[in-house]
Write a protein that binds this ligand. Sequence first.
Ligand code: IMP
Length: 435
Amino acid sequence: MSVRVLVGAQWGDEGKGKIVDYLMHDAHVVARFGGGPNAGHTVVIAGKKTILHHIPSGVLHPGTLCLLGNGVVIDTDIFRDEIKRLEQGGVDCDGRVFVSPRAHLILRTHRLLDRIAEEARGDRAIGTTGKGIGPTYGDKVLRRGVRVGDLEELEALADRVREEVQEINRIVVGRYGHDPVSMEEVLEEARESRRALAGRVADVGEMLRERIRRGDDVLLEGAQGTLLDLDHGTYPYATSSSAIAGGACTGCGLGPTLIDEVWGVAKAYVTRVGNGPFPTELIGEEGARLREIGAEYGSTTGRPRRCGWFDGVAARYATDVNGLTALAITKLDVLTGIDPLKLCVAYEIDGHETTTFPDSAARLARATPVYQTMPGWKKSISDARRLEDLPEEAMRYVERLAELSACPVAIISIGAGREETIAEFGRIDSIPGRS
Ligand code: IMP
C-alpha cells in the first residue's frame, strides 16, 4: 500500500497528466486536491489525445476511483462536458467519479470578475487563464463562496447566491463600470450545477481515508506547479491555490503522516504561461525553436508558452518545498539536436551569487542565471526504453538534473505516448547538498 503525491516542480505544464497515467497502473484511487479548470492535463494513449481539465488523469484506467477533493474549484459546465466526452469515447465514469461537497463552485460572477480585473490591470496583468479561479478562491477565503454541498438546500442556496451577487455587483458596477450580473441567471446556473452533479457528490475525504485504511494504493494528483503556488510561488504571478505537496493534505482531508512518497514532475527545460519573472527564459530564435519542437502551447488557453533552459536553483527549491522523494523528467526528446545545452546552476542577484530561490518576484526578476554548458546529442531518443538506450550525453544531462535538484530521477519521458517512457526506479541518484 502506498499514498503518493504528485506535483509540478516548475510553473505548470510539466507533463503531470502523462506521469499520473503512467503511475496509475499500480494505484486504485486517484484524487485531485487543488486548482480547477485552469489545469489541462494531456494523456495520449495509442495515439489518441485526451485533455482533462477537471477529472483526474487516472480516469483512463478502468475501475480506478477518481475523486475531486475539497481543495478543488469546480466549473460544472466544464465538468459535465468532460464526463460526456469521456463517456462518448468509451470511458465509463458511472459510480467512480465523485466530488467533495466541500469543493467550491465557480459561478459566472467569478469568471466575469477574473476577466475584467485582468483587463483593468493592463501592463500588470497576471495572465490568468480567465476561468474564474482567483475570484472563486477569494470568495472561499472571505467565507461567502458557494460549495457543492450547498446545492442540496435550494432555499439556503438562494440566500447565499443573493449575498454573493450583491457583493460582486458592487465591484463589477462600482469599480469597473460593467453591467450588473443578474441574480436570476446565477441562481439558474446553480440549479443547473445541481443537476450536473447529481449522483456524483460524496464525502471524498472519508472515502480516501477509508481506502487508505483498507490498504489501497492512492495517488494524489497536483495541478499547476510549485512556482505557481499561492504562498511559495512567484506571487502575485501565481495561481490562487496550494499547488505544493502540503496542499494534498488540506485539499483532500488527509494528515501528513499518511503520505508515503512525493513525486515531482519537471521538464528537461522550463516553460511558463502568463506573466511574471523567468530568469532562464530564451527570447528570440532559441526560445521559438523549443516552443515549436516541444509544441509548447497552453492546453487550456492555447497561449504560446515562454521557454527557457533548465533552472537548477528553482528545481532544488521545488525539492525542498515539497519534500520530493522522486523526480520524473519529461520531454527530454525535445532537446535532441540542441548542442550545447545550458543549465542554470546559480543566480547572480544584486552582485551576489546564490543558489537560494528568492522569496519575492521582484528579487527573482533581478536574477541573472549562472550557466553551465553541457554537450548535447544528435541521435533520436524516442525509441529508448532503458537507460542504456540513451546516448552518453543525454544520460550525463539527466544525471546533472538529478544533482542540481537533489532528488533521484525515477522516470524519464521521451514522448507523449504511454510507452515512450523509461522507468527504472532509483537508477539515477542525486548528490544531495547545496553547491
Ligand atoms: P489562474 O490560475 O487562471 O488564476 O492563473 C494564474 C497564473 O497561473 C497564470 O500565469 C496562468 O497562466 C498560470 N496557470 C494556471 N493554471 C496553469 C496550468 O495548469 N499550467 C500552467 N500555468 C497555469
